[in-house]
Design a protein around this ligand. Structure first.
Ligand code: SF4
Length: 62
């Protein structure tokens, strides 16, 4: 599963970092995937982060 964050949609709520800090971080106040963590197994916390993103900026592709 590949994880991406659309920087044009993200407004920096930080929810993704709270839910899955092993995959997400903030850069200059906006959500981002930690370098090297773009590919992840089917991880429920990452799915929760994507579903819980208030701006739907997180995309999961298989
Ligand atoms: S949850 Fe969504 S809006 Fe909030 S920081 Fe993460 S990607 Fe950005």
């Amino acid at each position: 599963m590949k994880v991406t964050v659309d920087p044009d949609l993200c407004y920096g709520s930080g929810d993704c970092v709270y839910r899955a800090p092993h995959v997400f971080t903030t850069v200059d106040g906006f959500g981002a995937v930690i370098p090297g963590r773009e590919e992840t197994s089917d991880d429920p916390t990452v799915r929760e982060a994507a579903e819980g993103c208030p701006s739907q900026a997180i995309t999961l592709t298989t």
